[in-house]
Ligand binder design. Structure first.
Ligand code: TXA
Ligand code: MG
Length: 351
C-alpha cells in the first residue's frame, strides 16, 4: 500500500482537507494525525477490525490497549459506565488537553480496542487538526502513538513516514507536535485514583480535584519493571530505545560533565561513534564529535518537545554510544525522565 502524506495549513483549515481521511476512516482504514502531545495512528475505535489493523501496523502486542480520542466531553457517556463525578470535573478543567482517563468501559467498545481489559482509556485532544478529523469523521478514533512498536513516539509527519510507510493509507502533516511527550494517564476505574503515565499535566495540577492522587508504584521504582508490574500494559514494554547504547549520568553538573567527557574519550579511542545529549547550559563543555542540545533547563518544555526527535536522530547518525545528562528537576522532570530511563534501559551512572 502506498502511504500518502498530506500537508495541512493549521491556520487555514477547510472541511475539504479532511475528505480523504474521513473516507479512509469510515471504510475501516488507518490515518495518522497530529495531536498536541505526539502523532496518533487513528482508526475507528468501535470497529474491531480497524483496531486489529492498528496493532498490526505498529507491530504492537494486542494486549496493549489503545486510547480512544473524542471531540466532545459528552462522548464519555457512550464509551464509559459508572463514571465518577470527578471525571466530569477533570474533563471540565483539563479537556481538551493532554489528559487520558481510564474508566470502566461500556458495551459499545470492542475488547480489541481495550486489549481485553474491562476499562477504556479516553482523551479529548486540543490540537485543531485532531479535533476536526474526529468531528468530520463522526467517529471515535482509537489512536496509539504513531510509531513502530518499541521506537520513540513521533512528533513530526516525517517520523511517522519513517516507521509506518507502506502500512497505513494516509498521514496528515500538521507540523511539529507542541508538547512532544504523550498524555498523562490517570486511572479512575478503581477506588483510588492513580497516575499510570506521567506527562505534561502534572500530579500537582490535579491534586485539588483528586487529593489522593498517587503515582503507580511501578513508575517510582525506576527499574525495568521486573519487580513491580506497571498497571498500564504499555508501560511494561521496552520502549523508545535508540540502537546505540544510551547511558544517563546523574549528579552535580561539573561531575557529570567530567565523567561524560572521560567516558567519551575512552570510547572514541576504541573507535566507536559517540554523541552527547545535553542542553544549552552545558553544550559548550563537552568534547565530542556529536553534541545534541535539546533545549534549555530554564524552559523544560523545550526539552520535552525535542526529546523523541533527538533519540531518533542518533539512529540516523549510526551512533554507537550516547551519553545523556539527567533531567530530573522541575515539574516536567518526572515525565521526561520516565521516557529517557526507558530509552536507556534504566542504565544510570551516579557520579
Ligand atoms: O498523548 C497520547 O496519549 C498519545 C496521543 C496520540 O493521544 N497516545 C498514546 O497512545 O500515547 P499509546 O497507545 O502509545 O499509549 C497508551 C498507553 C499505553 O501504555 C497503554 O498500555 C495505556 O495507555 N492504556 C490504554 N488503555 C488502558 C487501560 N484501559 N488501562 C490501562 N492502561 C491503558
Ligand atoms: Mg506509544
Amino acid at each position: 500500500m502506498e502511504t500518502i502524506v498530506k500537508k495541512l495549513d493549521r491556520n487555514a483549515l477547510k472541511k475539504e482537507d479532511f475528505t480523504e481521511a474521513v473516507r479512509i476512516l469510515r471504510s475501516g482504514g488507518l490515518v495518522a494525525f497530529p495531536t498536541e502531545t505526539v502523532y496518533g495512528l487513528g482508526g475507528n475505535a468501535l470497529d474491531h477490525k480497524a483496531a486489529t489493523k492498528i496493532y498490526a501496523a505498529k507491530g504492537r502486542p494486542s494486549d496493549n490497549p489503545l486510547i480512544v480520542h473524542i471531540a466532545e466531553k459528552e462522548a464519555l457517556r457512550e464509551l464509559a459506565k459508572d463514571i465518577p463525578e470527578v471525571a466530569w470535573e477533570l474533563a471540565k478543567r483539563f479537556w481538551p488537553g493532554p489528559l487520558t482517563m481510564i474508566l470502566k468501559k461500556s458495551e459499545l467498545v470492542p475488547d480489541t480496542t481495550t486489549g481485553g481489559l474491562p476499562t477504556v482509556a479516553i482523551r479529548m485532544p486540543s490540537d485543531k487538526i485532531a479535533r476536526m478529523l474526529i468531528m468530520e469523521s463522526g467517529l471515535y478514533l482509537a489512536a496509539p502513538s504513531a510509531n513502530a512498536s518499541g521506537r520513540p513516539s513521533t512528533t513530526k509527519a516525517s517520523h511517522v513516514y519513517e516507521d509506518l510507510a507502506g502500512r497505513i493509507e494516509l498521514i496528515l502533516d500538521g507540523g511539529e507536535s507542541l508538547i512532544g511527550l504523550e498524555s498523562t494517564i490517570i486511572d479512575l476505574s478503581e477506588e483510588k485514583p492513580v497516575i499510570l503515565r506521567p506527562g505534561f499535566l502534572s500530579r500537582e495540577e490535579m491534586l485539588s480535584l483528586l487529593p489522593g492522587l498517587e503515582y503507580d508504584p511501578a513508575l517510582i521504582a525506576k527499574t525495568d519493571g521486573k519487580d513491580i508490574v506497571a498497571k498500564a500494559p504499555g508501560m511494561k514494554y521496552r520502549h523508545y530505545a535508540p540502537k546505540g547504547n544510551l547511558v544517563i549520568y546523574e549528579g552535580k553538573k561539573e561531575a557529570v560533565i567530567a565523567a561524560i567527557n572521560r567516558d567519551i574519550a575512552r570510547r572514541i579511542e576504541g573507535g566507536f561513534s559517540c554523541a552527547v545529549l545535553t542542553t544549552e547550559e552545558s553544550k559548550a563543555d563537552y568534547s565530542c564529535p556529536e553534541i545534541k542540545s535539546i533545549g534549555t533547563r530554564q524552559r523544560e518544555e523545550t526539552i520535552a518537545a525535542s526529546l523523541f526527535d533527538a533519540l531518533r536522530s542518533f539512529d540516523e547518525g549510526g551512533i554507537e554510544y550516547i551519553f545523556s545528562e539527567s533531567f530530573s528537576d522541575g515539574h516536567l522532570g518526572m515525565a521526561i525522565m520516565n521516557r529517557l530511563l526507558k530509552a536507556a534501559g534504566y542504565q544510570v551512572i551516579h557520579v
